[in-house]
Design a protein around this ligand. Sequence first.
Ligand SMILES: [Zn+2]
Length: 316
Amino acid sequence: MANNEESRGLKSLFDWFANRRKSGSTSLERQERDIADGLWHKCSKCGVLAYTKDLKANQMVCVECGHHNRVDSDERIRQLIDHNTWKPLDEHLRPTDPLEFRDRKLYSDRLRETQDKIGLIDAVKTGLGQINGLPIALGVMDFRFMGGSMGSVVGEKLTRMIEQATQRRYPVVIVCASGGARMQEGMLSLMQMAKISAALQRHKDARLLYIPVLTNPTTGGVTASFAMLGDITLAEPKATIGFAGRRVIEQTLREKLPDNFQTAEDLLQHGFVDDIVPRTQLKNILARLIALHQPVLTTPPMVLWETMSLTSTAAE
Ligand SMILES: [Zn+2]
């Protein structure tokens, strides 16, 4: 009897340790599950865990180290555009596979899988909206969609948006995030560079403002075209901006490149970028730049003339 009780006591002690070990591992599992659920976010730079809600409130910038975590296009639009003013453009445009391209898998399968996975039709969102009450045309590239690569849909949507902006006399802002042209579309992706650049030239001829915002990473054909055609070029801190990849250049030159090579900071020093703006200040800085570059004659000439004649009568 006593033996039995003793063994029961021993057993419960084992149970207690076993349970404790189990609960320890479940809390770790729970933490991992919470990260997977998106409740918590681990900073890829300093490793600090932050509550996703707090991180979102700080526009996905780590409060600990200031690292600018990648944001998707929806989140970026929420950050920049005034509430309830966003009007998306050309949402119906879908990519096709005219070359029936195949690498490790068929391009058409890759497209379908990516669309199902992230719920986007292609790698850019375009639309009209307001930024602190000022109308703008905004394009936001989404790196999640095949590395933000520029195919026919990206080119067509950006071109149509710039043309709308030219007609309406709106400034254009494009938030760039791209690995470059979409090689699965061959030269059809490369010709987008010329198409977008031509639309931007017509926008410029109409004396309208264009500001590209270069985020991590802005490379390849995007850098070689619309990312570098801004009247004012802004970049996010520590963003990688370049044309060819660092490894390719190192292998070609057989030279070690400096650590800050192809960073926003290095490009600012060399005049490619006009300013580096932390994301938390981006909306206000953009709004101020746009306000400064608003056309002077916003009032119709007739009203202006009447106001002038009234003031001159009052002066008499
Ligand atoms: Zn951090």
